[in-house]
Design a protein. Structure first.
Ligand code: COA
Length: 257
């Protein structure tokens, strides 16, 4: 179905794998476009409760935007390239269902930015993160200057972006850039086990929680949005079911209504 991605839906978890292992899963314009389409499926398909983005092979999640595609671009074309990636990454960040990066190796440049656009990250021991664009005479263009700074702080982010030095998996854990480190073999199992717990919860509350948390990075008043979304939960069947199940000492059955 896709030229550069393989996808699989099992147990309501949609796994999207970037499939260019010979190019270390570099993000050319086809990958970016197809990621947008696959994420649209996450939005539209009611059978999908959560998604994973990962890379094929054992070496790379994605080693960056495809440097071959940069040759001969004008200033305007450079901006258009950035806008295409940024738009798809916003779509990931603003999805109402959790989209998690399972980082199986190099996550560099656009690959690091893709992982950061996901709701959270789990990585293998071999993973390495970084924004090495400076070595190409460039800066991050898919939101890296903003998200890396937010996630690991201005000092660590600037050191990484200005030196191009990579961030190892243990350092990423220490910085809070990833939630868990696993072996390469266990990476997808671990990610799915975290997502299975999440998708057993109330879908409308999950969506509102993501929206409220995302407000931290926006211009709106996050407290006001949280108050509004909290109130809206009271109008859902799931909230009535969740509270009734607690009081009746039974497991809640959420229907996303
Ligand atoms: N864009 C396009 N092609 C890339 C790529 C990228 N970002 N990253 C890797 N590749 C390609 C290489 O050109 C090579 O292709 P080839 O076999 O046709 O020559 C293939 O993937 C394997 O990469 P290679 O560099 O040989 O692997 P390595 O193990 O020696 O080094 C890296 C791995 C990740 C350190 C190195 O590939 C690298 O520095 N990549 C670029 C990272 C980067 O600057 N990303 C930000 C881009 S904005």
């Amino acid at each position: 179905m896709y030229e550069t991605l393989s996808t699989e839906l099992t147990e309501n978890i949609y796994t999207i794998t970037i499939n260019r292992p010979d190019k270390l899963n570099a993000l050319n314009t086809t990958v970016i476009r197809e990621l947008g389409e696959a994420v649209q499926e996450v939005y539209d398909n009611e059978l999908i409760g959560a998604a994973i983005i990962t890379g094929s092979g054992t070496k790379a999640f994605a080693a960056g935007a495809d440097i071959r595609g940069f040759t001969g671009l004008s200033k305007e074309e450079g901006m258009a390239l950035a806008k295409q990636g940024l738009g798809v990454f916003f779509k990931i960040e603003n999805a109402s269902k959790p989209i998690v990066a399972a980082v199986n190796g190099f996550a560099l440049g656009g690959g690091c930015e893709l992982a950061m656009a996901c709701h959270f990250r789990i990585c293998s021991e071999t993973a390495q993160f970084g924004q090495p664009e400076i070595s190409l005479g460039l800066i991050p263009g898919y939101g890296g200057t903003q998200r890396l700074t937010r996630y690991i702080g201005r000092g660590h982010a600037l050191e990484a972006m200005l030196s191009g030095n990579l961030i190892s998996a243990p350092m990423a854990l220490q910085y809070g850039l990833v939630n868990h480190i696993t072996s390469q073999e266990e990476l997808l199992n671990k990610t799915k086990s975290v997502l299975r717990i999440i998708i057993s919860k109330a879908p409308l509350a999950i969506a509102r929680c993501i929206a409220a948390v995302n407000a931290v990075a926006g211009n709106m008043d996050g407290y006001a949005l949280e108050t509004k979304l909290f109130g809206e939960c009271f109008a859902t069947e799931d909230m009535k079911e969740g509270t009734a199940a607690f009081l009746e000492k039974r497991k809640a059955i959420f229907r996303g209504r």
